[in-house]
Design a protein around this ligand. Structure first.
Ligand code: C5P
Length: 234
């Protein structure tokens, strides 16, 4: 991976209920944050046009829409998200879905990230859903499929980063949620790493929501994470 500005490696999850709160947060964070994630909560509350607005304002946007449908529908959806000016878009890591998304994003600046196995799933959940593989084998299988199918990167838990980094080619981007600065409230995240450890393990981008959104001073919280990234060899 080319050396990136540490600031550009922090993606702030705009997990807020409405566009006005999102805009206020972006305004307050100012130049300390260059990359935002818009997911279900804000996206379905009228937040999708914000992708274009933020892109036009020089920010990058990760559209965390976790698509999964028949290939044709995925392809058309991917084309629409590319037109919004998003930088990253997530799809679930099913071969047909990944193939359709990777093909549809060609020729645009949009990069497709595959979600291997949701981090809320354990082996029992996979069994109940009809899978024979456990979490770790399914993550490995899907990561390899993603690489073969031309997907640009993966969303993975901090615990998986180290192994995946060894398994896949360096050009594939690894994006890691579940990041908590030392001493921060865990929220509902169970397996967490500090920013420094996640970067050292091989993560390219860190997704951080509540430790910044709920901080008394969100800008200072974001700057502290960027400083930690800057001090770490990744
Ligand atoms: O608030 P917090 O830092 O936990 O936010 C993490 C963000 O990353 C949320 O938007 C969440 O949906 C997302 N995410 C996650 N775990 C995954 C995939 C995405 O926490 N496996």
């Amino acid at each position: 991976m080319t050396v990136m500005d540490p600031r550009d490696r922090l993606i702030v999850a705009l997990d807020v209920p409405d566009v006005a709160s999102a805009k206020a947060m972006v305004e307050g964070l100012g130049d300390s944050v260059t990359f935002y994630k818009i997911g279900y909560q804000l996206g379905y509350a009228g937040g999708l046009p914000l992708v274009r607005e933020l892109a036009d304002a020089g920010k990058k946007v990760f559209a965390d829409l976790k698509m999964h449908d028949i290939g044709n529908t995925v392809a058309r959806g991917v084309e629409s998200v590319a037109k919004l000016g998003a930088t990253f878009l997530t799809v679930h890591a099913y071969p047909q879905t990944m193939q359709a998304a990777a093909n549809a994003s060609k020729g645009s600046d949009l990069k497709i990230l595959a979600v291997t196995v949701l981090t809320s799933y354990d082996n029992e959940d996979l069994k109940a859903a009809g899978y024979q593989l456990g979490v770790s084998d399914l993550v490995t299988t899907r990561a390899q499929q993603a690489q073969v199918l031309g997907v640009d990167g993966l969303v993975c838990s901090p615990e998986e980063v180290g192994n995946l980094r060894k398994l896949i080619k360096p050009e594939m981007v690894l994006v890691t949620p579940g990041v908590r600065p030392a001493g921060a409230d865990l929220g509902d995240q169970k397996r967490v790493m500090t920013p420094a450890r996640a970067i050292a393990a091989g993560s390219d981008y860190l997704v951080v929501g509540r430790p910044i959104l709920a901080a008394a001073d969100p800008k200072a919280a974001a700057e502290a994470i960027v400083a930690e990234i800057a001090q770490t060899r990744g």
